[in-house]
Design a protein around this ligand. Structure first.
Ligand code: SF4
Ligand code: SF4
Ligand code: SF4
Length: 313
């Protein structure tokens, strides 16, 4: 790898990091928007007509109503999008392309013993992405990982003054969480996932707070995940507990696009990439399973011998 190319990868790494922060913030903003849109759903149900909305609530409300309707139509039938995405988005269409959460699909299969075509079709894109790029959902979509990203920075700051252990668990623990979640779901219904999956816990917390002005029980679950991250290890929840991350990591265990190392320029005394990786991936020894292609290690490598591309054979 020439020095010009090396410098380029440093920039690409920073670019990916910025992009991942940007896209996750976008998803977070969308969750907030959907929660605010519950008023739109009421108007739609009550009037279903922009002119009537203006007569009853004034011109600004009509503009907001029309704008909300056209924005939500990017994701499907507007009223249904708001109704079915209240903090727990099992499946959504983006510009006509269906996306289904794989855990939601498993949950539906376990409870109702049948799949619909729409669920099966909705799995095609997320599973293909996971197969090719691994856990990119974690770095570019999951809004909870944004909170964990911030928490890991807070933990890093606190570590300058206090000692925090770095607990490690077997990766199989998350499979246990998935199996346990499915069993509990059979008794208590699908809503249990708002306590188990961090991104549902976050979505539910936001939705309840904005739409109803109340604190959901999922907020306690989210708080617990954040606390675990601070006390037990950077992104502890994502590394060891979240079933979605484990499932996507397993699907993408031979991901085609991942982190690559130029061994000739790697320093024996260095382990920066391993230390910085939020998901415990170890690029130093060419272990790439669970990589979310977030770019953090590329940014920090002192010799810039890391890059992103097709898996090394
Ligand atoms: S492991 Fe789970 S909570 Fe963490 S980023 Fe991935 S999907 Fe989100
Ligand atoms: S190895 Fe870790 S830090 Fe590097 S891109 Fe993959 S997930 Fe990010
Ligand atoms: S950060 Fe770069 S130089 Fe350091 S161990 Fe990782 S690949 Fe090697």
């Amino acid at each position: 790898m020439g020095s010009g190319e090396k410098n380029r990868w440093g920039l690409y790494g920073k670019g990916l990091l910025v992009l991942s922060l940007f896209t996750r913030t976008g998803v977070l903003a969308l969750l907030c928007f959907l929660a605010f849109s519950s008023e739109f759903a009421n108007l739609k149900m009550g009037y279903n007509n922009a002119r009537l909305v203006e007569l009853s609530s004034g011109r600004p409300m009509r503009v907001a109503y029309e704008w909300t309707e056209s924005f939500l139509s990017l994701f499907g039938e507007p009223e249904e999008v708001v109704r079915t995405s209240g903090g727990m988005t099992w499946s959504i269409r983006v510009l006509g392309v269906p996306f289904t959460d794989p855990i939601a699909a498993l949950s539906l299969l376990a409870r109702h013993h049948k799949w619909t075509w729409s669920i099966a079709l909705g799995l095609i894109v997320p599973l293909t992405i996971a197969f090719l790029f691994g856990r990119v959902f974690c770095a570019y979509v999951c809004p909870a990982s944004l909170a964990f990203f911030v928490t890991s920075r807070i933990r890093g700051l606190l570590e300058k003054f206090f000692y925090f252990p770095d607990f490690r668990l077997h990766h199989g623990v998350a499979w246990g969480v998935l199996a346990g979640g499915l069993v509990v779901m059979l008794f208590y219904g699908h809503g249990i996932w708002t306590l188990i999956l961090p991104y549902f816990a976050m979505g539910q917390t936001i939705f309840q707070a904005i739409a109803f002005g109340t604190l959901s029980v999922a907020a306690a679950s989210l708080g617990l995940f954040l606390l675990l991250d601070v006390l037990l290890g950077k992104q502890f929840t994502c590394r060891y507990l979240c079933p979605t991350g484990r499932l996507l990591g397993w699907i993408g265990r031979r991901q085609k696009i991942t982190i690559r190392r130029d061994a000739a320029h790697c320093l024996d005394s260095c382990r920066s990439c391993t230390d910085v990786c939020p998901l415990s991936v170890n690029p130093k020894v060419d272990e790439t399973r669970d990589c979310s292609v977030c770019g953090e290690c590329v940014t920090i490598c002192p010799t810039q011998c890391l890059s992103i591309g097709r898996e090394q054979k």
